[in-house]
Design a protein around this ligand. Structure first.
Ligand code: C2E
Ligand code: CA
Ligand code: CA
Length: 429
């Protein structure tokens, strides 16, 4: 036991860490998934040790170990190298480098925050405050040895110390730049709701006779004095940070208010509004209540509200999802399955979901006149949806030729630049 564990904190020691890290590199070579190594060092530990004595120092080290264990997944490793230096290691962060870096950053931030909380360790009963610096290196495969990897994390730690301590740094400068840009965007995004920088644009949806049936509401972020930011850039970040919850609620409320405004005129009273609902938003325990309350508050007709869910949102916990969809359908709201064909598209669950509409993804529509595979997929989606009693809408329709093919194949509803781009509501009236 003593050979592999640190007797003060009971954490794995350097030897066991090196061993596990070696195993992790082999596994990563096989799966091509990223992992991280983090070296953490307490700022000013020496001062505490020298002024309050070693027993107080030891108590801090033990408490830090506990907090580290509490902020990392069970399958990850926390070890103490000696002194006030700890190393964390995690595997299976997926095959995308930026996403792995973002996960590492979030964990490091959580740890930094946890270690910044006061410690009840001193003889005087006075709370002790401590901060920490963290260096992060990602790995994938066996390109680097265990030693080199730890050296990279150590270089990053050195930079964190140099940046004034209480900081997190990545070894790779490009990665650091990506993390910095993301943090800046996160701060801006947090303020965006308060400062009213979001707007809903509406893109027309039409039926086979060319009649307007409604619109898809698409979110736009228009920061003051800056170029508009595409939802493709900020929705993933909003998902990761949980900001999607208040944002999604704002979208739903704005759409409900618009439905109510449209209800006042005979020309617009039958128009539907489709909103995009993120997986994370849909899984909120009070999501059904949010839908109900929004409809009621604005006095919107539920039958005119359409929720677009993606396959990835419905695939996890299918049973739970079906239950929740039924509850929402009981309110009178309708469902569309967005981006259909890009995910797993399992027929067995598709037929069990209470869907009203399937939306053919624009990636198939784009080359439908030139790529026989896309044409075949589109025809199959239409045939399948029809036999399941679901309406089919094609998105991304840009040309008459695409429209012609889709109509000939039995598609009844359309959306795309051919009919109109997403536009602010003032341009609708
Ligand atoms: P999506 O739901 O698949 O939306 C369709 C995207 O295709 C929109 O991009 C739309 O502007 C664009 N589009 C529409 N017609 C055409 C066309 O004819 N040709 C081409 N090339 N593109 C067309 P947008 O508005 O940038 O939105 C991107 C994605 O962001 C959306 O994809 C959706 O997944 C997400 N998103 C947008 N608004 C919201 C929102 O309020 N909540 C959530 N959770 N996600 C949203
Ligand atoms: Ca959509
Ligand atoms: Ca789509």
């Amino acid at each position: 036991y003593l050979a592999y564990f640190d007797s003060l904190t009971n954490l794995p020691n350097r030897r066991l860490l090196m061993d596990r890290l070696g195993q992790a590199l082999i596994a990563s070579h096989r799966t091509q998934e990223f992992g991280f190594v983090m070296i953490l060092d307490l700022d000013n530990f020496k001062v505490l040790n020298d002024t309050q004595g070693h027993d107080v120092g030891d108590r801090l080290l033990i408490e830090v170990a506990q907090r580290l264990l509490g902020n990392i997944r069970q399958e990850d490793t926390v070890s103490r190298l000696g002194g006030d230096e700890y190393v964390m290691m995690a595997e299976n962060l997926g095959t995308d480098q930026i996403s792995a870096a973002n996960q590492a950053e979030m964990i490091a931030e959580k740890i930094r925050h946890a270690l910044n909380q006061p410690y009840a360790i001193s003889h005087t009963g006075q709370a002790h405050h401590s901060t920490s610096s963290i260096g992060v290196a990602l790995f994938c495969g066996q390109a680097l040895s265990v030693d080199d990897l730890l050296k990279q994390a150590d270089v990053a730690l050195y930079q964190a110390k140099g940046a004034g301590r209480n900081a997190i740094r990545f070894f790779n400068p490009e990665m650091q730049a990506a993390i910095d840009a993301r943090s800046a965007m996160e701060v801006a995004l947090r303020n965006a709701l308060k400062q009213d920088e979001f707007q809903l644009f509406y893109q027309p949806q039409i039926d086979q006779d060319g009649r307007l049936t409604g619109a898809e509401a698409l979110l736009r972020w228009l920061p003051a004095n800056q170029a508009p930011v595409s939802p493709a850039q900020f929705i993933p970040l909003a998902e990761d940070t949980g900001l999607i919850i208040p944002m999604g609620l704002w979208v739903m409320q704005t759409a409900c208010a618009q439905l109510k405004a449209w209800a006042e005129s005979t020309q617009t009273r039958d128009l539907q509004i489709a909103i995009n609902v993120s997986a994370r938003q849909f899984r909120q325990p009070d999501f059904v209540e949010q839908v109900r309350a929004s409809l009621e508050h604005f006095g919107a007709n539920p039958a005119l509200l359409k929720l677009e869910l993606t396959e990835s949102a419905v695939l996890e916990n299918v049973e739970e999802v079906i239950g929740r969809m039924r509850e929402i359908k009981a309110l009178g709201v309708v469902f569309s399955l967005d981006d259909f064909g890009t995910g797993f598209s399992s027929l067995s669950y598709l037929k069990r979901l209470p869907l009203d509409q399937v939306k053919i993804d624009q990636s198939f529509v784009r080359d439908v006149n030139s790529d026989p595979n896309d044409a075949a997929i589109v025809r199959a989606i239409i045939a399948m949806s029809q036999s399941l009693g679901m309406q089919v809408i094609a998105e991304g329709v840009e040309t008459e030729a695409q429209l012609g093919f889709l109509k000939d194949s039995g598609c009844t509803n359309f959306q795309g630049y051919l009919f109109g781009k997403p536009m602010p509501i003032v341009e609708w009236n």
